[in-house]
Design a protein around this ligand. Sequence first.
Ligand SMILES: [Fe+2]
Length: 366
Amino acid sequence: MSTETARGGWGSGDTSYDLFLKKEDVPVARGLWVENVLDMALGPWKRKGGRGAYINLDGSGVNTSYIAIDSYVVEIPPGGSLHPQQYLYDELLFVLKGNGATAVWTAETKKQTFEWQEGSLFTIPLNAAHQIFNGDGNEPALLLGFTFAPTMINLLHNEEFIFNNPFAFTDRYSGEADYFQGPAKVLGKDWLDTNFIRDVRTFAMGEPTPNNRSDSRDEPALVYIEMGCNTMSAHIMGFPVGTYAKAHRHEPGAHILILSGHGYSLHWVENEEPVRIDWQPGSLFAPPEQWFHQHFNTGPSPAKYIAFKPRSRKFRTKGKFMNNVSRKLGGTMIEYEDENPAIRAQYERECARNGVQVNMRPVEAD
Ligand SMILES: [Fe+2]
């Protein structure tokens, strides 16, 4: 415990968001990661309806930064719906299980409804009223949401303003009929703007494209996704069999959800022993603030994850972001030739154990 915290000074005690969370009165998962978001303990959720749980990971920023993303799982009963909602924070939603529909409206626009299925990703336009329905009469639907609630609630500390505010962000949404159906707008190479993806697990990412986060023979595919003019964005990344990414570090808030494949990630504070997380589809983790982290595919099939981040390339903010520049040049990334040799050795052992051939270029000594 820091001296400041021990004295009850800055940074100690409950934040406005902490107090909000207590009133929500659903289970809260904390720590470095959630092994499988499909298997979480859920409780009745009075405000939203259905059952749910919050996720406040160590790397979410909730306990370390003004800028933080929380997440939650909500279950909609068979044939049921959640209560109508409206709030003043960015939100991205991923469908873990089931199918259904979401209705969206504002004081100035008619209600429009779009359907989703397992694997769908969509956003709710900022401060638009909405209601989520389960389209299956026999099975519950399960959604995973990512929001800027901690940031907004802590800065404004007025829930009436956040949850009962009539302001319409017409610069973001004014009832466009194709808002959830139109083709993705290409903003740049590997960079799309869209408000709905039918299934991110099978989303066409195109041919694997060069990027400097991996040096494997088969480069991982990577696509950046902007949604709803949010300050939060996502990216989908694929790892071919027998490959791993370079280590890097950055600000908190980036959450990684494993979509397919098996492997592990190492997280560490500089000059300390790494913490290992073994992942599978459904695993969710968030590297803590400025901890190095590195992802390894050790399974017999390609791995894919989707990351949710508190930053956008379209609407710029400044911070200690990752920059794909080698540490030797003052950046945030560790080149393969500069990493601890034990990292490559461990990876080769893990692949051998799984009967997987390593597909990385040999590390060349200087
Ligand atoms: Fe990262």
